[in-house]
Design a protein around this ligand. Sequence first.
Ligand SMILES: *[C@@H]1O[C@H](CO)[C@@H](O)[C@H](O)[C@H]1NC(C)=O
Ligand SMILES: *[C@@H]1O[C@H](CO)[C@@H](O)[C@H](O)[C@H]1NC(C)=O
Ligand SMILES: *[C@@H]1O[C@H](CO)[C@@H](O)[C@H](O)[C@H]1NC(C)=O
Length: 280
Amino acid sequence: MTTTPMQVCKVFFTLSTAKNTKGLGCFGWLLVLISLLFVTATLPLTIFMCVKIVKEYERAVIFRLGRITDRKPKGPGLFFVLPCTDTFVKVDLRTVSFDIPPQEILTRDSVTVSVDGVVYFCIQCPISSVANVSNAHSSTRLLAQTTLRNVLGTKNLAELLSDREGISHSMQESLDVATNPWGIKVERVEIKDVKLPQQLQRAMAAEAEASREARAKIISAEGEMNASRALKEASLIISESPSALQLRYLQTLHTIAAEKNSTIIFPMPMDILQNFMKLA
Ligand SMILES: *[C@@H]1O[C@H](CO)[C@@H](O)[C@H](O)[C@H]1NC(C)=O
Ligand SMILES: *[C@@H]1O[C@H](CO)[C@@H](O)[C@H](O)[C@H]1NC(C)=O
Ligand SMILES: *[C@@H]1O[C@H](CO)[C@@H](O)[C@H](O)[C@H]1NC(C)=O
């Protein structure tokens, strides 16, 4: 932004008009006029006291005799104040982040968890942040802590672990509504860490292990069932012709011979045994 001498003159003119001094009363108006005369009388020197600069990301809220002069903050760049009658407060508009310290929270299903998070906010309305709250930053900080407790107190553990996104979102909304009169916009809330008590961690690990084991047992039983079904089918096929059983004997003998070549095995047909049992 460049400021021409023409603009400087215009600003000085508006300083002295009734618009900016309205609500000051007769005496206030007089004081402002005296101050203005004083400035113009000693112009080359006092110009340094009148011209102020704020950076691109800052705004200035000007108080003239204790009253906010304008509904709009000044800046960025150059602005003018009258010595003696004016004071001003600089407000930083950049996004600020802070950690919510770990909060011990009792969830709805009576589990104590320790939760911490990060909040990002920025000042949207400089005038409200100066006029409506004594310390906007620390107030937001404290409010974030209590909001975290309130929001998480209504959730149970499963929701807390699975729905972080939703929790962050609802927290951001309720924080934003509360900080609105202070001119603060809460941009993001992130849940950083959820710490479970040691005992509960062990219990949950045991539960997961047990369910895995149960699944393993079911799979093995199913396999057994499949195998027995396959065996039954095989036996049905073999029983269709007696010579198939003979071939199976020979195959088994061949396998054994290859593995244990010093052992001699003599197969005894079951039919013979059956004949003996009939005799008995
Ligand atoms: C201060 O907060 C009130 C609501 O509580 C709001 O109406 C008012 O505009 C705020 N003040 C400023 C200067 O914005
Ligand atoms: C058992 O057989 C069924 C189909 O007949 C199959 O879906 C299942 O995967 C089998 N189980 C195992 C453990 O192989
Ligand atoms: C018997 O098997 C062993 C290995 O198990 C082998 O070294 C040996 O040569 C075999 N003997 C005959 C007679 O095939």
